[in-house]
Ligand binder design. Structure first.
Ligand code: B4P
Length: 193
């Protein structure tokens, strides 16, 4: 089983590249952002609680997202691989993911970390906010809070996996297709096509 984490700050292209990668490799796409937005759209109790954090640019509590990922893994017992998009976002989430995968006799294969400059990230997210229904993309203060959360709590996740030699850093600026080709090259080096 190939288990890929697509890592990077908000707006680095995780969602964009994930769609292309799952089409090419046929893995199950697990985006905690998408799962949370589905709960919000369905007005569930979990969704209402998550919305309060997301609208302030804060991370949702670990136990909520870990529970969601655990259920999604159990729901796909025959997957040939998983693409984790926007998860893990804290060291506690990374440890929980490792334990969940170990329980299934598996592990993280590769972490691809997209690197994009801060002002480019803000510009991309504000631009998406003009057309999407995402409330967290409309206010520059909320976007900057998300970036601060990333620096304070999420950036260390790449260091955590680097200790195991699993991280490749990819330049996330340029055309979507060029970045996609760089990601594919790293994946195929681990798993010949
Ligand atoms: P996410 O849904 O994960 O959203 P995101 O970090 O903003 O990135 P996304 O993947 O959507 O954007 P992308 O870079 O593809 O999280 C939203 C919120 O949910 C978080 O703030 C948090 O509150 C909560 N949450 C989610 N997971 C959590 C977890 N594990 N723990 C706790 N809380 C969690 O794209 C951005 C824009 O850039 C798009 O408009 C795209 O078109 C554009 N773009 C992409 N590539 C480009 C390129 N090469 N050039 C120009 N533009 C590009």
């Amino acid at each position: 089983m190939f288990n890929l984490i697509l890592f990077g700050p908000p707006g680095s292209g995780k969602g964009t590249q994930s769609e292309k990668l799952i089409e090419k490799f046929g893995w199950i796409h697990l985006s905690t952002g998408d799962l949370l937005r589905k709960e919000i759209a369905n007005a569930t109790q979990l969704g209402l609680e998550a919305k309060a954090f997301i609208d302030k640019g804060q991370l949702v509590p670990d136990e909520v997202v870990i529970g969601m990922i655990g259920s999604a893994l159990d729901a796909n017992p025959n997957a040939k691989g998983f693409l984790f998009d926007g998860f893990p976002r804290t060291e506690a989430q990374a440890e929980a993911l490792d334990a969940l995968l170990a329980g299934k006799g598996s592990e993280i294969t590769l972490v691809l970390a997209l690197e994009v400059g801060e002002e480019e990230l803000v510009a991309r997210l504000l631009n998406r906010g003009l057309t999407s229904s995402r409330s967290d993309d409309r206010d520059e203060n909320v976007i900057r809070k998300r970036l601060q959360e990333y620096h304070n709590k999420t950036a260390i996740v790449a260091d955590y996996y680097a200790k195991f030699g699993k991280v490749a850093r990819i330049k996330g600026e340029g055309t979507i297709d060029d970045i996609f080709q760089s990601l594919v090259a790293e994946i195929e080096a681990k798993q010949p096509a």
